[in-house]
Unconditional design. Structure first.
Length: 205
């Protein structure tokens, strides 16, 4: 676990967290390639980022203390790390992190989810790259059909949304589009209630 903004205040804490997460994934990719060349299994990590108030300080007994953070916002970051598995994403960030760093980052909206142990939904995003990354810009542009489909999905236009999700899955092999395509098919067969808000409830941590 890593955190920013303590012990010294950092106004750009969200930017630092996002850039660090991307650098971590890039380094893991390098290491993974080396392992594959040696005949070993590739290495993968998932990262969850959240921003908010936490309790920070030395925790422990007289013989051993650890300077760390605690609280609901820490727990949410941990839940987002696990939630990556649902969408096959590498870095998932909360809405609060996105709002604090949005002028520097490129993201796509993933979902509104209720993580295990929470009653309030959280809008989450996949961190694709920084705004100065041309490859990240190209990837985001390639997901235009996904973005259009997500808006249709929110409007309960599941037939129209499914065609866009299928197009994006076929063209980009986008796992998240496949997830939504399966949801659309399920809702077409069995429409949701009138008060459906699109929030996905996570069953696991």
């Amino acid at each position: 676990m890593a955190f920013w903004g303590a012990p010294l205040e950092q106004e750009d804490h969200a930017y630092r967290a996002c850039r660090t997460a991307l650098e971590m994934q890039n380094k893991v990719s390098e290491i993974s390639q080396e392992w594959i060349q040696k005949g070993e299994k590739p290495l993968h990590i998932r990262i969850g980022l959240n921003s908010g108030d936490v309790i920070v300080g030395n925790v422990g007994g007289e013989r051993h203390k650890n300077y760390t953070v605690m609280g609901d916002n820490v727990n949410l970051a941990s839940r987002l790390e696990g939630a990556n598995k649902e969408y096959n994403s590498a870095i998932m960030i909360s809405e609060s992190t996105y709002e604090a760093a949005k002028e520097f980052v490129l993201v796509r909206e993933l979902d509104s989810i209720k993580v295990k142990g929470k009653t309030k939904p959280t809008k989450v995003f996949e961190l694709i790259g920084m705004t100065d990354d041309e490859m990240a810009k190209q990837k985001l542009n390639s997901l235009a059909d996904y973005c259009a489909a997500l808006e249709l999905y929110k409007q309960k236009k599941f037939v129209e949304a499914s065609s866009y999700f299928e197009k994006c899955f076929t063209a980009e092999n986008d796992f998240t589009s496949k997830v939504y395509l399966e949801r659309c098919k399920a809702y077409i067969e069995s429409p949701p209630d009138e008060d459906w808000d699109g929030v996905f409830v996570m069953k696991t941590k």
